[in-house]
Design a protein around this ligand. Sequence first.
Ligand SMILES: Nc1ncnc2c1ncn2[C@@H]1O[C@H](COP(=O)(O)OP(=O)(O)O)[C@@H](O)[C@H]1O
Ligand SMILES: [Mg+2]
Length: 280
Amino acid sequence: MSGADIVMRVEDVLVTYRRVGRTTEAVKGVSFELREGRCLGIVGESGSGKSSLARALLGLEPEAASGRVWFRGEDVLSMDRRARAAFRRSAQMVFQDPLGSLNPRMRVGDAIGEVLRVHGRAKGRREAAERAAEWLGTVGLGAEYAPRYPHELSGGQRQRVNLARSLCAGATFLIADEPVSALDVSVQALILNLMKRLQRERGITWILIGHDLAVMRAMADDLLVMRAGECVERGPAERVLFEPRHPYTRELLSAVPDVAGALRRRGGGGARQSGREQNT
Ligand SMILES: Nc1ncnc2c1ncn2[C@@H]1O[C@H](COP(=O)(O)OP(=O)(O)O)[C@@H](O)[C@H]1O
Ligand SMILES: [Mg+2]
């Protein structure tokens, strides 16, 4: 293994779901390397195997996944219990549905405090509450949101709480599986800007899963295009978006007016998200 700054190295990962009478090859041999502090975008239509790959990378598909996944040099698919516990702290998943991943009966301050305590980042209730308030600030909410319940927040605010919960355990690597797909378009850019800021300020390494190429253009350093379980194209995001090599990538691009327009203008910047970031 070369390159100390490689966070994740993936070699020929396959995910095969076996049910009685039916076998689904969801991921058919994907490989890539992800460097420290970078964002890898994974795009592809629904059913192309993105979420299956994401779960496999975090060791969450022990039955179905094969291949090799190294996280900072450690083999994810054959970790012992101790190594796995440390890995769980460092590597977290952020899901699409912010409401579904929060306990409806827990105030959001306590929801963050709980994670802090479970992972030994805060000792008593008091310290957990103080730290949770700080985290609410970090994600652009304020301490005044601590007593609220998830249903009292907007979708974007809930996703901010989710990000705080993922990061407060000490995560340095996040897989965000369509994190803004359930949000209003006007809110999407705000959450993406927050993610970009956290990536920059905290040196977080990301995998961002989605199907919106305009979003990928704004967020991703590298892109991996999936189709029917296979990686059809992979490379620096600008190269993939502006000099697509695979016909499928060209097809995807032609369906996105923003990117197709920017492609024609070559670097017109039409798809860039605004620098605005608000509490929405
Ligand atoms: N737990 C599972 N059991 C069986 N088949 C699954 C399971 N999860 C996903 N699949 C199948 O694997 C394929 C890829 O699904 P998925 O990884 O969810 O794709 P994507 O996230 O790109 O939409 C689909 O055909 C889906 O039906
Ligand atoms: Mg999915």
